[in-house]
Design a protein around this ligand. Structure first.
Ligand SMILES: Nc1nc2c(c(=O)[nH]1)N[C@H]1C(S)=C(S)[C@@H](COP(=O)(O)O)O[C@H]1N2
Ligand SMILES: [Mo]
Length: 258
């Protein structure tokens, strides 16, 4: 038996209208706000009739992909996520994964090789020590999980845009896919990959990244929700083929901006 899903079409339309209106200015903005985006407009944009479509899940999926497109369009590469002070760092930063703490993968830092694939010039694997020799930066930012918690943490590592340039990534490609040591995977758009705060993270609170937070390496993306921040990364792949993700393929919104 399938679970009944209640689609609040009006609320979805209101949210989409507000998002779109933020992008417009002047007279076109006033006209847009006056007319709004109607249910009929959503039907046109998604090709789905919310009131009568028999497959509500498919409708939700299409709305989520519309949401992806709107978020990508609104994403401002210069817009920085808020940063915090050392005193605001959460002393009890939570662990989270699709399993419990007893199943955290134990990766050997000496044997570790980060694989790089897809549309890149240099596919040479990276040792942990080689990653540590690249220029490092630190950030104190807030991690927001859709499960209802958020916490401020301090992460250090290599600006991801610098790493992508190092390996000669095709920066016109659409997606970056991350494959992890624990069967987790996710993917992001190129604009987010090149965002100045997107970080290939090697340290936490000034020390090596602890196993529970993604040793030996994770990606920290303060402009995105927690599930878009992959831990224990083993493969980084640059691609034009939509890679999806562990939670995204189960219905979480793919863009996942916060
Ligand atoms: N490899 C891997 N990365 C993952 C996850 C996971 O299960 N496996 N869970 C995601 C989710 S939902 C969250 S909220 C954060 C939690 O990161 P933390 O343990 O550092 O708080 O990791 C994200 N990255
Ligand atoms: Mo999460």
């Amino acid at each position: 038996m399938t679970k009944p899903i209640h689609v609040d079409g009006k609320a979805l339309v209101k949210e989409a209208t507000q998002l779109l209106a933020r992008k417009l200015q002047g007279e076109s903005r006033r006209r847009f706000l006056r007319q709004g985006l109607t249910l009929g407009g959503v039907v046109l944009l998604t090709g789905c009739d919310i009131s009568s479509h028999p497959d509500v899940e498919a409708t939700l999926g299409r709305l989520s992909r519309l949401n992806d497109r709107v978020q990508q369009w609104l994403f401002d590469p210069q817009d920085l996520a808020p940063v915090y002070s050392q005193a605001q760092v959460d002393p009890n930063f939570p662990f989270n994964a699709f399993y419990g703490e007893e199943d955290i993968p134990h990766v050997d830092g000496h044997d570790y090789r980060l694989q790089v694939g897809g549309q890149v010039r240099d596919k040479k694997p990276w040792r942990l020590t080689e990653l540590q020799r690249l220029p490092q930066v630190e950030q104190i930012t807030r991690h927001i999980c859709v499960e209802g918690w958020s916490a401020i943490g301090k992460w250090g590592g290599v600006p991801f845009s610098l790493f992508l340039q190092h390996v000669g990534a095709d920066l016109s490609a659409k997606y970056i896919k991350f494959t992890c040591a624990d069967d987790y995977f996710t993917s992001i758009d190129m604009a987010t990959a090149l965002h100045p705060q997107t970080q290939l993270t090697l340290s936490w609170n000034g020390g090596p990244l602890p196993p529970k937070y993604g040793y030996p390496m994770k990606l920290r993306i303060p402009t995105k929700l927690g599930y878009k921040n992959p831990k224990h990364i083993q493969i980084i792949e640059v691609t034009n083929r939509f890679p999806g993700g562990y939670w995204e393929d189960q219905g979480y919104n793919w863009f996942g901006g916060s």
